[in-house]
Write a protein that binds this ligand. Structure first.
Ligand SMILES: Nc1ncnc2c1ncn2[C@@H]1O[C@H](COP(=O)(O)OP(=O)(O)O)[C@@H](O)[C@H]1O
Ligand SMILES: [Mg+2]
Length: 239
């Protein structure tokens, strides 16, 4: 499944190029964070990789193959939850996998424990707070044991303590062996989580750099302008 090679990726609804020949290579390790201005195609890129819609051109190769041979899971900004219990929301997602009912139950309980929702297992998912809903969405993805986890603005509407809980879970999923590819508007979050930064603007990857180097000094003028707009104060990059 890795390395992931994207070349010349195009998406041009009604002839307007949103992705304009995007090239990107990704290894199967660590947390890669996509940054870029609004409307630049970050969500779209994740959706294209997930196969939710077709590109208008270019190639996506997963370890040299046209299709990924490992599992991928995606969590959206507003997770879609079933009007069922917290437990069932996770267990249901495991039904396509060849697991016994007992294995599904065990795995579900394990991930709910790990995201701190075991005590809410019987509650209706619709009753959860925003942070709890996002943790449930992450538990559901985690239970699938994905090789690639894609997250689109996973903490966009959360307060700092809920954000911290989500970030901790993302790190644990990475430690469990998943490659994480995520978008965020939160530059602090990018400094806390990212191993590498993919800076998207003008329909292409303008810069793909280790997080340390990117935050020390973005190479492209577009990235510098973005950082100045998004970051009027200076966040120390220490770790
Ligand atoms: N399925 C689609 N059909 C047509 N246009 C789309 C589709 N998905 C996204 N777009 C357009 O692509 C652009 C990038 O959107 P998006 O990926 O949501 O930006 P970002 O996540 O970077 O803010 C937007 O102009 C959006 O309207
Ligand atoms: Mg988006």
């Amino acid at each position: 499944m890795f390395p992931l090679h994207i070349s010349g990726l195009r998406f041009q609804p009604n002839g307007r190029a949103v992705l304009d020949g995007l090239d990107l290579q990704l290894s199967g390790d660590g947390i890669s964070v996509i940054l870029g201005p609004n409307g630049t195609g970050k969500t779209l890129l994740l959706r294209l990789l997930a196969g939710f819609l077709p590109a208008h051109g270019g190639t996506i190769l997963w370890g040299g193959a046209g299709r990924p041979d490992g599992r991928m899971a995606m969590v959206f900004q507003q997770p879609m939850l079933l009007r069922l219990s917290v437990f069932t929301n996770v267990e249901f997602a495991l039904r396509p996998q060849s697991l016994s009912a007992a294995e599904r139950k065990e795995r579900t309980n394990e991930v709910l424990e790990r995201v701190g929702l075991a005590h809410r297992a019987a509650d209706c998912a619709r009753l959860l707070s925003g942070g709890e809903r996002q943790r449930l969405a992450l538990a559901r993805a985690w239970a699938m044991r994905p090789r690639l986890l894609m997250l689109d603005e996973p903490t966009a509407s959360l307060d700092p303590s809920a954000t911290e809980a989500v970030e901790r879970i993302i790190r644990e999923i990475r430690t469990d062996g998943a490659k994480v590819l995520m978008t965020t508007h939160n530059l602090g979050q990018a400094t806390r989580l990212a191993d590498d930064i993919i800076f998207l603007a003008g329909g292409r990857v303008q810069e793909h750099e280790s997080a340390q180097r990117f935050f020390a000094r973005p190479q492209s003028a577009a990235a510098r302008a973005f950082m100045q707009g998004e970051l009027p104060w200076r966040i120390a990059f220490d770790r």
